[in-house]
Design a protein around this ligand. Structure first.
Ligand code: FBP
Length: 328
């Protein structure tokens, strides 16, 4: 007896029909799926094909570019261009805004391969994206969109074959890849209220560089929760969505080498912070920056703007946000 599962495209088609939406979004999501499957193929064969090493370039963030970053970037731009639905895209791997289809309907903000420290080992990385819509009523000025204006945000955890998508006012859904490389079985994700599975996720080797009050909050709370850290935002947030708890990448303000301080945070607002914050909101959670300001409310001034990030179960995020908002 063959077991048939609902496919992602069937799920999205019904969603679009239920909300009287157009097919344009379907075509864009088909492009994202094709890009993710293609990137997954290159990552899975990366070790044998020698693609898991350095590319020899430095990106706009001043970081070494991995060969796989370039491959993932090229693949994603190909499919976004071919969709004919995207005006411009912003990518971690591109200094400038990428102009695609002037008549496009959407803006796409993406990190083609997140978690670069895992790439040389073939360990889990992420393909993160946020989508906003152009102004259909009047002229479009292309201004940078805040997370609250995104209509969808998602992530593929590569090479695990899982895909999670947040839809504005319609929840966050997880899909699994089947034997035909098709994403199936839509599963609604809601952060568990029960705290016994909650986890804390942060780079423990940085904790002495965080603000005193953040270090104190960790000391007071860490014994209550399990500690897990993959070193790739997509993988760590994937766990938080299932088990609850909080992922945090606080500002670095007490580094023994002041040059290594990052008061503005490390992660990028538009294609990392806002992406997980959007999915988290749709799953009943919350996300704030180092001042306790909701990530989705931050209006970006530049497209590679950074942010500190505290994201996860509302109870925990609100608890640390209280001390982050205190004037010192
Ligand atoms: P990249 O996009 O350059 O990979 O940076 C983002 C990231 O790798 C996140 O995925 C992860 O949460 C964090 O940086 C890990 O940073 P660290 O190695 O300092 O813990």
């Amino acid at each position: 007896m063959i077991r048939f599962e609902q496919t992602f495209m069937n799920f999205l088609l019904q969603h679009q029909e239920r909300h009287n939406r157009t097919y344009h979004f379907l075509i864009l999501m088909d492009a994202m799926i094709s890009a993710a499957n293609h990137i997954q193929h290159y990552y899975l064969t990366g070790a044998l094909k020698g693609n898991l090493g350095l590319a020899g370039d430095i990106n706009v963030q001043g970081e070494d570019v991995m060969r796989m970053d370039q491959i993932a970037q090229e693949i994603t731009i190909h499919y976004l261009k071919a969709s004919g639905r995207v005006i411009h895209a912003i990518s971690e791997e591109s200094d400038e805004i990428i102009l695609l289809n002037p008549d496009g309907r959407y803006f796409v903000y993406f990190d083609p391969l997140d978690g670069s420290s895992n790439i040389p080992h073939g360990l889990p990385v992420g393909f993160l994206f946020g989508i906003a819509k152009r102004n259909l009523e009047g002229p479009e000025d292309g201004h940078l969109r805040a997370g609250r204006d995104y209509i969808a945000a998602g992530m593929f955890v590569i090479p695990t074959g899982t895909f999670t998508l947040g839809l504005k006012d319609a929840g966050t859904w997880r899909f699994h890849i089947d034997e035909t490389m098709t994403f199936v079985r839509p599963t609604r994700m809601t952060l568990p209220a029960e705290t016994k599975t909650w986890e804390l996720s942060f780079n423990a080797s940085n904790r002495r560089t965080y603000a005193e009050r953040v270090q104190e909050w960790i000391e007071e709370n860490e014994s209550k929760y399990a500690f897990r850290y993959l070193g790739a935002l997509a993988g760590d947030f994937h766990r938080i969505l299932s088990n609850g708890g909080m992922f945090m990448y606080p500002a670095i303000v007490n580094h023994p080498n002041p040059k290594k301080n990052r008061p503005e945070g490390k992660l990028r607002l538009m294609y990392e912070g806002a992406v997980v914050a959007f999915m988290c909101r749709e799953a009943g959670g919350a996300a704030v920056n180092e001042a306790g300001i909701p990530i989705l409310e931050i209006q970006p001034e530049k497209h590679h703007q950074r942010t500190a990030l505290y994201v996860g179960s509302k109870g925990l995020v609100e608890d640390i946000a209280k001390i982050l908002r205190e004037k010192r």
